[in-house]
Design a protein. Structure first.
Length: 318
């Protein structure tokens, strides 16, 4: 039945959204009505009085006024006329999707069975491939915000996907570092980093046949774990069937480790790093990985980014 993903906010019909099913075996569609408040207020078993019985794409449509409040759209509004010779503007072209993990209103990622998380991996993969078909999209960013501390406003467990029309600056810098390392050594930076971590062993949290969870030498947060593929791949679509299953397993175990630290649902930002799309080939030097940014430094204390971290990007991880 789940996971399902909600596509925002392209307008196909004036008032009534359509539902397209995730399963290739199901071709039917039916109308649903929902608005922004309904998403937040009601569990997603039904919308517009209709039960959701299969994984589905729900295109929730909004008026142009509401549309303007979304960060990215494939039908973006014309920017306000505020450009100067210094400050430039352009339409905020892109795509925003929300993925609901489960029909259960309180069940989070580590509490889901592995086979359910595997369905989520398959859905992430499908959406990465589909969004990449838009040649204006340059980066597909899959992520999850968990917990009030990181600003979650919809309590139902969910993740998001943004399709950017540019490569975000943080990702640009990371890829530049990877390319610089490759030019100097002819090796993938993340492959070499993973080899160092495995040789050291002290920061390895867990591993299976295809993935490793570790606390990087350079971690910005006390519990900022990474998951990296052992094989040199760039995105979800390149994973084998067994690799996708092992990714589901290590996601469950890694997020469960967070919850076991202080015996509560630990907040985090989970960010999935894949290759850019519709641009330069980075397959020689970029490597699929997932980073967790948990804001807590103890059970009841937040790790704030202060002046050095924010103003100089100089982090201290002692």
């Amino acid at each position: 039945m789940f996971p399902v993903f909600y596509q925002f906010p392209d307008i196909h019909h004036e008032n009534t959204p359509e539902v397209s099913h995730h399963s290739d075996e199901i071709s039917s569609s039916r109308p649903y009505t929902a608005d922004q408040h309904e998403l937040q207020a009601h569990p997603p078993e039904t919308y517009g009085g209709n039960p959701i019985q299969e994984p589905a794409l729900l295109c929730i449509q909004y008026s142009p006024e509401i549309l303007r409040s979304w960060a990215l759209s494939q039908n973006p509004p014309v920017p306000d006329d505020v450009e100067t010779r210094i400050y430039k503007t352009k339409p905020a072209y892109g795509k925003c999707e929300v993925i609901l993990y489960s029909p259960e209103h309180t069940v989070t990622l580590p509490e889901l069975p592995v086979d359910h998380i595997r369905e989520l991996v398959d859905l992430w993969t499908e959406r990465f491939v589909e969004i990449s078909k838009d040649e204006k999209i340059k980066y597909v960013f899959i992520f999850e915000n968990r917990g009030d501390v990181v600003g979650v406003t919809m309590p139902h467990p969910h993740g998001q996907i943004y399709g950017y029309s540019v490569i975000p600056k943080k990702l640009q810098l990371e890829m530049e570092s990877c390319k610089e390392h490759f030019d100097e050594t002819h090796n993938c930076l993340i492959c070499d980093m993973l080899e160092d971590e495995m040789n050291c062993g002290d920061r390895i949290i867990m591993e299976n046949e295809d993935f490793v969870t570790f606390l990087p030498f350079f971690s910005e947060y006390p519990y900022g774990m990474y998951i990296a593929a052992k094989r040199h791949v760039q995105n979800l679509s390149q994973l084998t069937d067994s690799e996708k299953t092992n990714l589901a397993k290590i996601l469950k175990e890694t997020t469960g480790t967070f919850d076991s630290l202080f015996d509560y649902k630990f907040p985090y930002m989970m960010c999935m790093y894949q290759n850019p799309v519709n641009g330069e080939d980075v397959s020689d030097y970029y490597h699929f990985h997932i980073a967790f940014y948990p804001p807590m430094r103890s059970a009841d204390k937040i790790k704030y980014n202060a002046s050095s971290e924010t103003g100089a990007w100089a982090h201290c991880n002692t």
